[in-house]
Design a protein around this ligand. Sequence first.
Ligand code: KE4
Length: 425
Amino acid sequence: MKNIRNRQLFEQAVKVIPGGVNSPVRAFKSVGADPIFIDKAKGAVLTDADGNRYIDYCLSWGPMILGHADKAVLDEVKKAMARGTSYGIPTALETTLAEMIVEAVDSIEKVRLVSSGTEAVMTAIRLARGATGRDNVVKFTGCYHGHVDHLLVQAGSGLTTLGAPSSPGVPADFAKHTLLAPYNDLGAVEKLFEAHGPTIAAVILEPVAGNMGVICAKKAFLKGLRALCDKHGSLLIFDEVITGFRAGYGGVQKMLGVKADLTTLGKIIGGGFPIGAIGGQAAIMRHLSPEGSVYQAGTLSGNPVCVAAGIATLRELKETNPYPHLEAMTLHLCTQIGEIFKAEGVPHTINRIGSMFTVFFNTGAVTDYASALKCDTQRYAAYFRQMLEAGVYLPPSQFEANFLSTAHTEAQLNKTLAAVKKLSL
Ligand code: KE4
């Protein structure tokens, strides 16, 4: 693989952008390589600055479920752009997207559109605190909800359940209202509610985690959280920024049989454009300004070009229902990868739901952050580099999710499997 122009662009970028990237994981630090720079993409294929082509299983971290430069999406975006790109004044398009989300997610009666997943989560937490008049929030170690200060926390010293900042620049005071529990550990959450119940505004989690690698919450765990929130008057927030419209049309909450009080969305609902959304019961959403007094605002919230891309994407997903096909393709790919690694004696675990999956390089089940951290990240790095060399782009971190799109072909999956067969791990 040629790497001349990529390297030149990286050297140029680091002079004016911290680490040469606009989001840390893109720097490839955890996989021991320098980043590639993308020139263009179409369908499931990326082309970098040196003309190297890759089958893409990262899909911009999830949004590109229809593949890159989907014609239906581009046509709607071009139409929207020709009418102007931003007004800061309501448009019918925003109502259409909100209506589509309300219709798709049973627990959502009203929606507020914002410009990123982080903004959606930040708003959902403020709304939960404003609606309940309480300050504390329960989150789970290993779940990532964007870079909002009070959620950049990890288990405090001595593994206490009180959050301690996981990033410089987050004052300890900002983390003190964040309570932590291990994912899938209902007993730990019960203890938090015993100690802090009347002060807990919300419990937030990824109902299927994508940021530890893919880990599915156990149904009993989710049902237990629902019961605890109902008992203590706290709100259950499902962060479905990744899972929303990924495993099925709507959220995974329909599949998992547990309704959230608030749901955050992003990625797919923007079709590759900046977007986020907070949705929930009208009785809670009415607290949001200007209807209520919980303030939230955004210059480009509900931007008509972004919303047009989102509408086109959801319309395509609703009309074609690609989910059974995506599931079958992903199951085939994961099964075959498992067969190859098993035959090679490579310790691994594959977690999958719908068309999102992670190949963990470890033995034993991966059900929470502690078990995910037991992975051999050096082996993952070697896997990433060798697959990249073979023309397959995977997430540049063991603790992320792989995705398939409707643009992936059987030939591309076969090429991917041929590359897996040639690995030397
Ligand atoms: P953004 O602010 O990046 O749009 O969304 C934040 C966010 C919120 N909730 C969940 C469950 C998320 O996964 C994310 C962001 N996802 C990461 C990748 N897992 C974005 C990639 C990056 O940080 O560059």
